[in-house]
Design a protein around this ligand. Structure first.
Ligand code: NAD
Length: 392
């Protein structure tokens, strides 16, 4: 028998409602697929409010240590204070563990209400850079002694005169490196090749931020030429591939946000920087049913270490009411199964989600958006989870 340790962080707010559903669905999918030959050993590690209550520390060193040892974890959402207080635990986890890819597949499941006419045309996998950009957390508050030093340095030594209100500006720094960009774009290209996808699009704002976002774009094409033997044909860049060459192109982020509404079928694998990736992922998620069904993973493709996560927040407005949609975390679990090679169990989870929604059984967030509720059933989180297990 193969026992696979899987760490989990329950999460704040709705975390304690969606985590048990995810554990039940994954355990049962593995059991039905491999008949006891493979077992997932779920082990809780602490972070967030629960960690603070039990240990006085919202991200104990023992949690990071255990994730480093095991290399595989799945987490519920964690609360982050806005504008003050400690840094985001999610960002801390990604940076501490150097999980440089934030991977978000976006596809539509038949029956999920959507604000667009053809959500089925959306089928993309977003690779968002996870460790650099303005998310590096290098910023100084308006009026602080530190910001005065930084602004003094910029104006006196660097000849910067473009800070419109130097006495009241806060300052943030946006580091974007060659290594950081190339390893992210490499992961996106490798994924496209391994999964038979035919377009990789670099999304950037290089027309304005020429050295950071423009650098990301240039380094992407450079990588394709140096490591994948890319060639030019009629002004476009292709990577030689079995079964048809892979197109590498790029798009400015604002145009991209229009295009995913107007012609989503033109995109397949998307590689982008941290902040663009944040906006793009949520916009795409909205097209196929919203954050309640959007899965995600944070992966270091060089070490294999991975933390899968629900992409929504702690949803404090609905916590404790048995109405939260558990699909974001369940589908993150499906990604986890695929990542560790349990493809049959992952496929089983996907079919169960398809079957459950197709028969009209949904949680309240989807039910409220249905145009036609004839034959539909609004289920609580626990009942919906039980049906997912039944349909495995
Ligand atoms: P949110 O995602 O918690 O909620 C936004 C809206 O979506 C709310 O109305 C909520 O009820 C609804 N919603 C979210 N998930 C749902 C689900 N699974 N089913 C049904 N409805 C759902 O975002 P927010 O309100 O901006 O943030 C609340 C807190 O969560 C903040 O502290 C924020 O920092 C944190 N947060 C954490 C993560 C993470 O851990 N990855 C991500 C985003 C926000």
């Amino acid at each position: 028998m193969r026992r696979i340790p899987v760490l989990y962080i329950e999460g704040d707010g709705v975390g304690s409602e969606i985590t048990p559903v995810m554990i039940d669905v994954l355990s049962c999918a593995v059991d039905r697929s491999y008949g006891g030959d493979v077992v997932l050993d779920f082990e809780e590690v602490l972070a967030g409010g629960k960690a603070e209550r039990l240990t006085g520390d919202s991200l104990p060193a023992s949690t990071l240590e255990r994730i480093r040892q095991v290399g595989l974890a799945i987490k519920g959402p964690l609360m982050t204070p806005v504008g003050k207080g400690r840094r985001s635990l999610n960002v801390a986890l990604r940076q501490e563990l150097d999980l440089y890819v934030c991977q978000r597949p976006v596809r539509h499941f038949t029956g999920v209400p959507s604000p667009v006419k053809h959500p089925e045309l959306v089928d993309m996998v977003v690779f968002r850079e996870n460790t650099e950009d303005i998310y590096a957390g290098i910023e100084w508050a308006s009026g602080s002694e530190d910001v005065k030093k930084v602004i003094g340095f910029l104006t006196d030594e660097m000849g910067v005169h473009a800070i419109r209100f130097p006495h009241t500006s806060a300052i943030g720094v946006k580091p974007v490196s060659i290594e950081g960009s190339k390893r992210l774009i490499r992961a996106a290209i490798d994924y496209a090749i391994a999964n038979g996808r035919k377009v990789v699009t670099l999304v950037h704002k290089g027309n304005i931020m020429k050295f950071t976002e423009g650098g990301f774009r240039s380094w992407g094409y450079e990588l394709a030429r140096e490591e994948y033997g890319a060639y030019e044909k009629e002004g476009r860049t292709y990577i030689p591939c079995e079964g048809g060459d892979l197109l590498l192109d790029d798009c400015i982020c604002d145009a991209f946000l229009q295009n995913i509404l107007l012609k989503p079928q033109n995109y397949s694998v998307v590689a982008t920087l941290n902040l663009n990736g944040d906006y793009v992922s949520d916009a795409l998620a909205a097209e196929v049913g919203g954050i309640g069904i959007a899965p995600g993973a944070n992966i270091n493709y060089e070490t294999g270490m991975a933390v899968f996560e629900a992409t929504h927040g702690i949803a404090p407005d609905i916590a404790g009411q048995d109405i939260v949609n558990p699909l974001s975390l369940v589908l993150s679990g499906e990604m986890l199964l695929r990542h560790i090679g349990l493809v049959e169990a992952a496929d089983r989870v996907l079919s169960s989600v398809e079957r459950t929604i197709a028969c009209g059984c949904v949680t309240r967030d989807f039910y409220n958006l249905l145009d036609d509720r004839e034959g539909a059933r609004c289920l609580g989180t626990k009942a919906f989870g039980a049906l997912l297990v039944e349909n495995l």
